[in-house]
Design a binder for this molecule. Structure first.
Ligand code: ZN
Ligand code: ZN
Length: 736
């Protein structure tokens, strides 16, 4: 028997090359012992000199895809081998985790562009990079349960796979041109990448099969090519994402160190970057001050961008509003009308994952999918013993959330459930996550809105349902992401959002909530104003502007601005309360302000008007006032001040800036007062409007030195709703 240390490592430590890393580290330090996976992560049994230094080195030099949450050790007595070995996994349910997909690592990129057996090979990967969740068909994660099962390893790949000193040790998708998937161009023969580039150079578009689905690509520098793709896809205005090298990006956008680091993150998200010059055609992202860029993240992308030599539009391959296409046959049928060629491959995509969309400063996630999912979040202190919970999220930006074993797993972005195919994908994801993670909820959580399909699915589940008010869920998601303990004090939530059902039957969305995980009080709300035409008012901002101006006693300005619209009919509907529900939504207030500054007609995508308002805003230090002393946060003073500025001939840019500052200061003052009065211990900022970086910055500035919780790794919009629902339901369960 030997005396030594039993060392427990928790975090994202399986399937990331952690055991070979420990094996190498232990051998370098002359230790004896073993390392293996078990249900809690990685366990090490080691003996020898320098165990303290060994434990200290573990997190410091961990593999790039690993995330070490904790390294704990205790003295123990065990039988150890003479050297150090990687031992078989132990325990039921070991290796039940899988990491997100990761961008091709620098070593693999170098291999693809250097002479050798993987030169030019589009599926090169190793333990530090490559596909994971998008090829996963079952757990535990090994090749037989991935879409790589169809490709038996050749001897050379197997030798790498079995050598602990090789960076492909146990890299499940390891492959080479001898044994792995292949890429081809349809129609066409010869070199697939060269053929694809010829189509792009001629101004054509191609469908490119990626990790989590197909992209549609065209030359981002060609106004004609971009316009043709927009026309074919019937997508008039929604910004296209772009792909290029860092040098290509820097020619168009300003890139800070933080932004460069986020671009290079193994998750390889689309990063929103401010334009510094009008280099690319306006049609890439009409009316936007920012562009969404990603670096090439598969070897095929690297080969394509290198051969083409310039940036490409890389927008998701789908029909407008429908889910991204993932199958080859499906792509031929669905995308055939959009593209001149297909850059295909024969590795199946097990699961559709859109590109994640993020910002670096301030850090935020606008869409959470490839590269981030299925990463988990440890539940805060106090949630120990929480039952299994499945939360169904909202109707827009749908995503599921699973709670199990002290972790919350926020699932990938699924889209808008109004769309039939997205609804099918939602139900498929529900079954997929249950099977993969062996998840059988004791409780389900959902939004109270009876019209949400996700709510209907939750109630159909046949287990106890907890309904969580929409904006309380937003606030709770922000608290959970920040590790706010269950028993900690109350938080003042500023929730600025689109629309969500309030318990009083009206539609909320511009709220100050005071509460904790278990419940809340509504302590502030924007003046409720009609949405004439119901859902149409969300698409046509002038409708809400009419209601806002009339309510502020500025009806004559509505006549002047929107005189060609059927104002009399709508005013009648508002007075009679016919199809004109009241809302305190901050999102609709943004829409209304965009309309008075000239946003005309209907939005072609959600958030278009508000994003345009953010893009043009130039704050000058002045803020429009919000009124009211009790709960109601009056918007009339804001509108009256705007009317004076308009008469004085101020620019739309300055007025948009004063609008942002007005909302930020008005809400910050309310929340700050709750903290200063001792009613709340911190302020939480959530809701879709906080994806507006200017609003977030101005609100943080107005809050000053008050403790503030913000979203960083989970979406502030409805994409994060399920996390909030899940933790509220879990809190109620553990609090009895
Ligand atoms: Zn690699
Ligand atoms: Zn091979």
């Amino acid at each position: 028997m030997d005396e030594g240390w039993r060392i427990r490592v928790r975090g994202q430590v399986q399937g990331v090359g952690f055991r070979p890393y420990i094996w190498q580290l232990a051998r370098q330090m002359g230790l004896r012992g073993r390392v293996f996976n078990d249900p809690e992560g990685v366990l090490i049994e080691a003996a020898g000199e320098g165990l303290t230094a060994f434990v200290a080195a573990i997190p410091a030099r961990a593999p790039v895809l690993a995330r070490v949450d904790a390294v704990l050790h205790e003295v123990a007595v065990f039988d150890l081998p003479d050297g150090f070995e990687i031992a078989p996994s132990r325990g039921v349910g070991a290796e039940t985790r899988v990491t997100p997909d990761a961008a091709t690592c620098p070593d693999c990129v170098a291999e693809v562009f250097a002479p050798g057996r993987r030169q030019g090979y589009a599926f090169t990967n190793c333990t530090h990079c490559g596909p994971r969740f998008t090829i996963l068909q079952g757990l535990p994660y090994d090749r037989a349960r991935t879409t790589m099962a169809a490709f038996p390893m050749c001897d050379a790949c197997r030798a790498e796979y079995e050598d602990p000193a090789d960076r492909r040790f146990h890299a499940q998708p390891v492959a080479c041109p001898e044994c792995g998937p292949r890429v081809w161009l349809e129609p066409g023969g010869g070199d697939a990448v060269a053929g694809a580039v010829a189509v792009l150079r001629a101004g054509g578009s191609i469908a490119v099969k990626g990790l989590g689905g197909f992209h549609l690509a065209c030359d981002a520098g060609s106004g004609e090519a971009v316009a043709r793709l927009r026309a074919r896809k019937r997508r008039p205005g929604k910004p296209f994402a772009l792909m290029g090298t860092l040098a290509m990006i820097r020619a168009v956008c300003a890139v800070s160190e933080e932004e460069a680091a986020l671009l290079r993150d193994p998750a390889a998200p689309i990063v929103l970057l401010r334009k510094r010059a009008e280099v690319l055609p306006e049609a890439v992202a009409p009316g936007q001050a920012v562009l969404g860029w990603m670096l090439p993240y598969t070897p095929l992308h690297h080969l394509l961008i290198a051969e083409f030599g310039g940036p490409l539009v890389m927008t998701s391959g789908n029909l407008s509003g429908e889910p991204q296409v993932i199958g080859n046959e499906e792509a031929r049928e669905t995308l055939g009308g959009f593209v001149d060629a297909f850059l295909m491959h024969d590795r199946a995509i097990a699961r559709r994952l859109d590109d994640s969309v993020e910002r670096a400063a301030p850090p935020m996630v606008l869409r959470r999918a490839r590269g981030r999912v299925p990463g988990t979040l440890p539940l805060p202190v106090g949630f120990e013993g929480a039952p299994q919970v499945l939360a169904y999220g909202g109707q827009m930006k749908a995503a599921l959330c699973l709670v199990k074993s002290g972790q919350a797993l926020l699932g990938h972005h699924l889209g808008e459930l109004d769309e039939a195919l997205t609804w099918e994908a939602f139900l498929a994801a529900e079954a997929d996550y249950a099977a993969l993670f062996d998840h059988w909820p004791d409780i389900v959580a959902c939004d109270p809105h009876p019209g949400y399909r996700a709510t209907q699915a939750a109630h159909a589940r046949g287990v106890p349902v907890i309904e969580v008010q929409h904006h309380h869920a937003h606030m709770a998601a922000c608290m959970a992401e920040n590790g706010w303990p269950l028993a900690a004090g109350r938080v003042a939530g500023i929730v600025l959002d689109g629309v969500g059902l309030g318990p009083d039957g009206t539609i909320w969305g511009g709220e100050v909530l005071l509460g904790d995980y278990l419940g809340f009080e509504r302590r502030g709300w924007l003046t409720p104003v009609a949405m004439p035409g119901g859902d149409r008012a969300s698409r046509e901002p002038w409708r809400v502007a009419l209601a806002q101006l009339d309510a502020a006693g500025l009806g004559h300005l509505a006549d002047e601005l929107f005189g060609t619209r059927p104002l009399a009919v709508l005013r009648q509907a508002i007075r009679a309360g016919v199809n004109a529900p009241l809302t305190s939504s901050a999102g609709r207030l943004f829409d209304a302000f965009a309309a008075v500054l000239g946003f005309d007609g209907a939005q072609t995508y959600e958030g278009e008007a508000a994003m345009g308002l953010e893009a043009r805003a130039r704050p000058d230090g002045v803020a429009y006032p919000l009124g009211g002393t009790q709960g109601n946060i009056e918007t009339a003073p804001l509108w009256r001040e705007w009317a004076r500025d308009r008469d004085a001939g101020l620019s739309a840019e300055v007025m948009a800036g004063r609008f942002h500052a007005g909302l930020a200061r008005g809400f910050a003052a309310r929340a700050r007062a709750l903290v200063e009065a001792g009613e709340a211990d911190a302020v939480a900022l959530s809701g879709g409007c906080f994806q507006n970086a200017l609003l977030l910055d101005l609100t943080l500035a107005a809050l000053g030195d008050v403790p503030v919780l913000i979203h960083r790794g989970t979406p502030a919009n409805d994409g994060g709703l399920a996390l909030g629902q899940a933790v509220v339901a879990a809190a109620r369960a553990v609090s009895g």
